[in-house]
Design a binder for this molecule. Structure first.
Ligand code: FES
Length: 119
């Protein structure tokens, strides 16, 4: 992890520069060292599909894929995702939507082919 430190914020918190790819989009940002990944996703990136469901790390509502592994983003600091890739429910929805439209397109092509064939 090649985290660069930056000057402290007005609240006296140390910030760190991180580079994270979320749902295929790269983000070079500064975050406070104590920022949880779930807060980074919701507040910094506006990805509110990742929910905070508890204070006990038991519910799993905050689950995302970090470098392909499911993690509870309320238990991971944003700086731990530096140089990594994150997939949220928004990214999974885009993937599912793409698969659905590809399937629909394939069905349409198959139906067209069936009409074009004699017999
Ligand atoms: S918010 Fe419940 S496990 Fe993370």
């Amino acid at each position: 992890m090649a985290v660069q430190t930056a000057p402290s914020t007005s609240r006296g918190q140390r910030t760190l520069k991180i580079n994270v790819t979320v749902n295929g989009v790269r983000h070079d940002v500064e975050v406070e060292a104590r920022t949880l990944l779930v807060h980074f996703l919701r507040e910094n990136l506006g990805m509110t599909g990742t929910h905070i469901g508890c204070d006990t790390t038991n519910c799993g509502a905050c689950t995302v894929l970090l470098n392909g592994r499911a993690v509870k983003s309320c238990t991971v600091f944003a700086v731990q995702a530096d140089q990594g890739t994150v997939a949220t429910v928004e990214g999974l929805e885009r993937t599912a939507s793409s698969i659905r439209s590809r399937r629909a397109s394939t069905r349409s092509t198959v139906c067209s082919a069936a009409f074009a064939l004699p017999g």
